[in-house]
Design a protein around this ligand. Structure first.
Ligand code: NAP
Length: 329
């Protein structure tokens, strides 16, 4: 089998790191290269990629387009796992990928399922990139994965899981906690991506994968049952979520590019979409035209939330975004 040459933007990040692992595990199928920005090319994380045999391609995706086209030329697949705040920086990358003849572009989706048009500001930025892809008839695959287990578990009174939690405390239950939503172990994203980009059925399609379809109440109850601890829940109503969204919208209007404003807006949009509207479901994904990885790859068994929770309680998981801690989810 001829190996696909895959160029990955974001290999040093959380999502991109998972994708890197998934691709490297399938070394019969892929030759993996990392697209790195000039300001990061000397970082230890990039050196660590070289040590694993990943070729580094240094490019400024907002720099001269001819140089970018040269670097993208010959890539079978270009994957972008750029951070949430930088979605629109992909527009030039798309233009360059088309010029370079990239055979499949995987834009930075990797999020929950939701319709475009005012539900989630982050989704709408991603959709702007997808529209540019389609306008150019660049071959593509959009991959969504639900919300990570790693960001969905509550903290416990003993402090036992704090080591792996991005939040100082996370005990909120939104809109009663009964709305189920698709959740995924971050480590499985790369396996989904490897399966999907080898598959001609997924070309010019959206595809979703997930580990479990669980409500917040079910997630909290699982952790309580496995830990023997009782979580003191903080209930957040749909009205409170609506008020927070309105206040975020006002803040964004006065300063649209302020990162704290964007973080608050994206976070509250997730609460609204997942727990009030209930967008992130297999049925809605099918309605929106996505292919389902469970039907495409029935042999692939994603990690369950219970497996994840046991590792969490055993102290065996890394914390996502090592350098960050937020007060609350
Ligand atoms: N489904 C979920 O639950 C969930 C959770 C979190 C995120 N996400 C989604 O996942 C996507 C990726 O987010 P993340 O949090 O994984 O990202 P991240 O950890 O912040 O990593 C971002 C990566 O992009 C690279 N990058 C940023 N700007 C670049 C540029 N101009 N040129 C080249 N490389 C650049 C960074 O490289 P450097 O080393 O140079 O910084 C880094 O490797 C986002 O779209 C977000 O919506 C989904």
């Amino acid at each position: 089998m001829t190996k696909q040459r895959v160029l990955l933007l974001g290999a040093t990040g959380e999502t991109g790191g998972s994708i890197l692992e998934g691709l490297l595990e399938d070394s019969d199928a892929f030759v993996v290269e990392a697209l790195v920005r000039p300001s990061s090319s000397d970082k230890p994380k990039v050196k660590a990629l070289t040590d694993r045999g990943v070729k580094i391609r240094v490019a400024d995706i907002e720099g001269p387009i001819e140089k970018l086209i040269d670097i993208l030329a010959g890539a079978d697949v270009l994957i972008s796992a750029i951070d949430a705040m930088s979605q629109l920086a992909q527009i030039r990358l798309v233009t360059a990928a088309k010029e370079a003849g990239v055979k499949r572009f995987v834009p930075c989706a990797f999020t929950t399922v939701a319709p475009p048009g005012g539900v989630m500001a982050l989704r709408d930025q991603k959709e702007e990139v997808y529209q540019h892809v389609r306008k150019l008839y660049l071959p593509y695959t959009i991959i969504d994965v639900g919300y990570w287990y790693q960001l969905s578990f509550p903290t416990l009174p003993s402090g036992r899981v704090d080591y792996a939690c991005l939040f100082k405390t996370r005990t909120e239950i939104h809109n009663g906690g009964s709305m189920p939503t698709m959740l995924t172990d971050q480590r499985d994203i790369g396996s989904f991506v490897a399966l999907i980009i080898k598959d001609s059925r997924t070309l010019n399609k959206s595809v979703f994968g997930y580990g479990e379809f669980l409500s917040e109440n079910e997630v909290y109850e699982t952790l309580e049952a496995l830990s023997g601890e009782k979580i003191d829940r903080k209930y957040v109503s749909s009205e409170e979520i609506a008020a927070a969204r309105a206040s975020n919208a006002a803040a964004l209007k006065s300063d649209p590019n302020a990162i704290p404003n964007l973080i608050s807006a994206f976070r509250e949009d997730y609460h609204y979409s997942k727990y009030v509207r209930g967008d992130n479901t297999p049925a809605n994904a099918a309605y929106l035209g996505y292919l389902n990885t469970r039907e495409l790859y029935p042999e692939f068994k994603p990690r369950t939330f219970e497996e994840f929770a046991r590792e969490l309680l055993d102290g065996r998981l890394p914390k996502p975004y090592q350098h960050l801690v937020f007060d609350t989810a």
